[in-house]
Design a protein around this ligand. Structure first.
Ligand code: UTP
Length: 223
């Protein structure tokens, strides 16, 4: 079984947390082919804000975000033992490296402007024919509005991919925007039919639980 995990950049702010996540990932990789995509987090948003103040356009801002997602990929690689030594800059290199056959963990960051690492992970999941895609974020699932800003926001335990597409279509896709799952990712989930789960990663053990089918997040049913 192959699992693709999108890890929010918010988990890369201290070595202890990165180590805890790396330990859980190594445990998962004993039984599953594992592919990780790392987000950019707060530092990416801060640098994008500075670039925008300097007059950079959205594509340049996206490239700044991509650079920081790749920094986080290197941080994760530093904490993993059983890993490909370099983060992959492109989908075809992940698969081309025979990652699954060698039962090692593959790690990559962002790829190209216009979306976030959620979409990168969804495309990667489609590319490697993954059985499961887990979006590990700092909120505990998909809500009808941002629960960090609207305390009355309603959480979905499950959604169809079609409903997810409708929900994310109204989101702004500017560089560094804080959305739980981006609209491009939603469309890829819909077309690929890959089973998807959105969970909170504050307790890294919950990532292992989710792989084993136990979670309190949002399940996205492809059909
Ligand atoms: P993230 O994937 O980290 O954004 O990429 P996010 O999901 O909003 O944030 P976290 O990590 O879950 O908190 C950071 C920024 O990098 C650019 C986008 O501007 C994105 O907002 N990016 C990233 C791209 O343009 N293309 C990519 O392939 C990846």
């Amino acid at each position: 079984m192959k699992v693709v995990i999108s890890l929010s950049g918010s988990f890369f702010e201290d070595a202890t947390r990165i180590k805890q996540i790396a330990e859980v990932l190594e445990e998962i990789a004993k039984s599953y082919g594992l592919y990780i995509v790392t987000g950019g987090g707060k530092i990416a948003r801060e640098r994008i804000k500075i670039a925008r103040e300097l007059g950079a356009n959205e594509t340049i801002c996206d490239y700044i975000g991509i650079a920081l997602t790749r920094v986080n990929a290197k941080l994760l690689i530093s904490a993993l033992r059983n890993v490909h030594p370099e983060p992959f800059p492109a989908y075809n290199e992940v698969a081309g490296a025979g990652a699954v056959e060698e039962a090692r963990i593959s790690v990559m960051g962002g790829v190209s402007p216009g979306y976030t690492t959620d979409a990168v992970a969804a495309i990667l999941a489609e590319y490697v024919n993954a059985d499961l895609f887990i979006d590990v974020t700092s909120v505990d699932g998909v809500y009808d509005s941002d629960p960090r800003r609207y305390p009355e926001a309603k959480k979905y335990d499950k959604l169809t991919a079609k409903e997810l597409v409708a929900l994310t279509a109204k989101e702004e896709l500017k560089a560094g925007s804080r959305i739980v799952i981006d609209p491009v990712a939603a469309k890829i989930i819909e077309r690929s039919g890959i089973k998807t789960i959105v969970i909170d990663g504050s307790n890294p053990r919950d990532i292992l639980n989710a792989v084993q089918g136990k979670h309190h997040g949002t399940a996205i049913n492809p059909k």
